[in-house]
Structure formats: structure tokens, C-alpha cells
Design a protein. Structure first.
Length: 170
């Protein structure tokens, strides 16, 4: 049995990028391949990378993240990265940081924090729940947008210069 042609390019890319290496390549219980990597992208990065791939599902189960080909059942999986966001949050501009601090104070939870979102200096902060605070006047340089795309997120605040993004789930 060969690797799913739908995910082959992604598997090759994961093998090359950042030195991520295949740990095991056993045949799956249902006859499909189950390819495991030592490391992989964050959940938000995986959703962004595979957003445009029809028939590919990004999933997260406990300590693992992966993608599944809905055509043949082939799975690529890797350990979920624990991202506290400490260093990344420090890189946020003051306007987005005010929004993040207000959300945390309102009881929302940072699900992911990723450095290098869209450009090497940009930070993505993704909240687990919809935004709990509303801004009558946005901080300078920040714009709000309702995305309403289940592959991405519900809403986002983006800084026009740094391209930093604070987003929330549905």
C-alpha cells in the first residue's frame, strides 16, 4: 500500500520542514496509513495550511493533532504543542495586548499563541471562546473583522502595521 496521494505532498513537506521526522509508519487498523511525526505545526497553523485542501480534516484529540484524508482515511499526526504564549504575548503591540488582557480578565482562555503568523514578527493569539469584551473605540492601528469561518475563527482584531492578530473560536 502506498501513501495517500492526497496527503503525500504534505507528508513530504512535514518531513523536510524544520527537521520534523517520521517516528513510525504502521498500517492503520482499518487498512489506511497512520503516519506519525515527532513534531508538527500548532493547531492554528495546521488549520491554516490545510484550509484550502478539499477532503482534508484537521483534528485535535488529547495530546495529538493531525490531518485525515476523508477520501481514503490516511492520517498524519504529531504531538500537540503546549503553547503558553508567554514569549509570544510579550511581542504583541500595546493595542492588541490591551485586548488580550481584557479577554483574560473577562475569563476567556488563550488556546494558542503562535509567532510568525503571516510574517516573521507577527503574533497570532487564539482564544478558546467567543470574545467576551466589546470595544467602543479600538486601540490605534487595530481593526476588527467578523470572519465567521469555521475553518478559521469567528472574529479577529488585526494590527495594521505589525499584522498581529487576536482571534476567537465560535
Amino acid at each position: 500500500m502506498g501513501t495517500c496521494t492526497h496527503l503525500q505532498a504534505h507528508a513530504d513537506w512535514l518531513r523536510r520542514d524544520g527537521g520534523w521526522a517520521v517516528r513510525t509508519v504502521p498500517g492503520g487498523a482499518a487498512g489506511y496509513e497512520d503516519i506519525r511525526f515527532n513534531e508538527g505545526p500548532s493547531v492554528a497553523q495546521a488549520r491554516a495550511w490545510w484550509k484550502a485542501a478539499p477532503g482534508v480534516e484537521v483534528w485535535q484529540e488529547g495530546a495529538e493533532v493531525g490531518v485525515r484524508c476523508m477520501r481514503c482515511g490516511t492520517v498524519l499526526r504529531w504531538p500537540r504543542r503546549e503553547e503558553s504564549g508567554g514569549e509570544e504575548l510579550e511581542r504583541l503591540d500595546a493595542g492588541l495586548r490591551r485586548i488580550v488582557d481584557a479577554e483574560i480578565a473577562a475569563g476567556n482562555v488563550v488556546e494558542e499563541c503562535v509567532l510568525g503568523w503571516g510574517n516573521p514578527r507577527a503574533v497570532l493569539v487564539l482564544f478558546r471562546h467567543p470574545f467576551r469584551t466589546r470595544w467602543q473605540e479600538l486601540p490605534d492601528g487595530v481593526r476588527h473583522r467578523e470572519v465567521n469561518d469555521p475553518h478559521w475563527w469567528k472574529e479577529e482584531y488585526v494590527h495594521e502595521e505589525t499584522l498581529g492578530c487576536v482571534a476567537c473560536r465560535f
